[in-house]
Design a protein around this ligand. Structure first.
Ligand SMILES: Cc1cc2nc3c(=O)[nH]c(=O)nc-3n(C[C@H](O)[C@H](O)[C@H](O)COP(=O)(O)OP(=O)(O)OC[C@H]3O[C@@H](n4cnc5c(N)ncnc54)[C@H](O)[C@@H]3O)c2cc1C
Length: 368
């Protein structure tokens, strides 16, 4: 059985690895002249780590990812709103996207990775299965669902980068919520720190000095935010306006085509689950294909049945998280939110996340 994966991002590569594990021939077609990822961090939540573990990749990802540290949420003066000790936060791992992409690439033979190939139509692709992993602006989704609205701007602009300097190994994971904005730090395995900042802003804003923009946004915020920014080379700061699919798709499947990752369910990043959902998609798709043998329509129906409700519910929860997180600007609302966060024990907060983080991957062997 042969699959063509359109798009060599985190989702497409993971799908290729998973399908090869269950015995499929796979080719990945990537539009860009080289495979790669942007220079920022990505959070790999426990559900996604289990998906990567099913593919034999957990060890390498943990090696390059966040060490065992504590962490929590603070207000901009540094007062804790929630705090989780290292033992219970062990499951939150951030990695440099470029490093993760390299780990995924090295799990695939060179011969199945094809660059410089802009797929304009799936009709001519010689395959039993086409995996459309071509991202939020998916041309394949637009062709298959021409009446669905385009992705929309959600009102948040985000900056991301990774420090050049290394920080002490006990630097904690931290998210700081200010009115209308936030800042997060996630240490990497080698001591560098990836960080993100987000604020409510009109669409399309750009500056010649994005690092300076972030400095102004978090001026006076608590330690170690200024130090993290000082350790960041100015030219490395990425800025993206955040978009999501305007409406949930009625199906992730059309004929022999399966939509996967952002092509299927581009969501806001407030729960850090966009790529994580793509990793889950990949394992579920491969498991369904393994079970269904040559019955590709049956496999795809099963994939849609399992993935659409889950990803669309995570997308809804993520949108909601934005509303009560950095998007809150009214001082009274911010004070109430902060008081509520302080009052709820962290184990209760973690338990509320269980329905997202507790996901367990299906077995990839065909007889299960
Ligand atoms: C600010 C921000 C922070 C985030 N933080 C997190 C986080 O902490 N954790 C998390 O899990 N997620 C996070 N996400 C979401 C995550 O980045 C995405 O969900 C994930 O990268 C999507 O992967 P993908 O492979 O589906 O799509 P993409 O990464 O967009 O890959 C699509 C690929 O397809 C290629 N392509 C496109 N069109 C064609 C074509 N016609 N022919 C051939 N190739 C094509 C593109 O070049 C690209 O390589 C964040 C997103 C943002 C914006």
């Amino acid at each position: 059985m042969k699959a063509v994966v359109v798009g060599g991002g985190l989702g497409g590569l993971t799908a290729a690895i998973a399908l090869r594990l269950v015995g499929w021939d796979v080719v990945v077609l990537e539009r860009a002249p080289e495979f790669g990822e942007v220079g920022a961090g990505v959070g790999v939540m426990p559900n996604a780590m289990r998906a990567l573990a099913a593919l034999g990749l957990e060890g390498e990802v943990r090696r390059i990812g966040t060490p065992r540290v504590a962490g929590g949420v603070r207000d901009r003066k540094g007062r804790p709103l929630t705090y989780v000790d290292a033992a219970r936060l062990d499951h939150l791992v951030a990695v440099h996207r470029a490093d993760l992409h390299r780990v995924l690439r090295s799990a695939l033979p060179e011969a199945c990775l094809v660059t410089d190939t802009d797929v304009r139509s799936v009709d001519d692709l010689d395959a039993d299965l086409v995996v459309a992993a071509d991202g939020i602006r998916s041309r394949i989704r637009q062709a298959l669902f021409p009446t669905m609205p385009q992705p929309v701007y959600v009102g948040t602009t985000a900056w991301r980068s990774v420090t050049e300097a290394r920080f002490p190994a006990d630097l904690e994971i931290g998210q700081t919520l200010g009115p209308g904005s936030e800042f997060g730090v996630l240490p990497l395995g080698d001591g560098r720190v990836c960080w993100f900042a987000a604020t409510v802003a009109p669409e399309g804003g750009r500056s010649d000095d994005e690092l300076g923009e972030v400095r102004r946004l978090v001026d006076g915020w608590h330690h170690p935010i200024a130090e993290v920014l000082d350790a960041t080379p100015p030219g490395t700061v990425l800025r993206h306006d955040v978009h999501e699919l305007a409406a949930p798709l009625p199906t992730f499947v059309r004929g022999r085509v399966a939509l996967l990752g952002d092509a299927a369910h581009a969501m806001t990043p407030y729960l850090g689950q966009g790529a994580c959902m793509a990793f889950e998609d990949a394992v579920v798709l491969a498991a369904a294909c393994a079970r269904a043998g040559r019955d590709v329509p049956g496999a795809l129906a099963e994939y849609d049945r399992q993935r659409r409700p889950r990803t669309q519910s995570v997308a809804r929860a993520s949108r909601m998280m934005g509303r009560v997180g950095h998007r809150l600007r009214n001082p009274v609302a911010v004070a109430l939110r902060d008081a509520a966060m302080r009052a709820v024990p962290s184990r209760v907060g973690l338990r509320a996340m269980d329905r997202f983080l507790g996901w367990v991957p299906p077995d990839l062997s065909p007889d299960r």
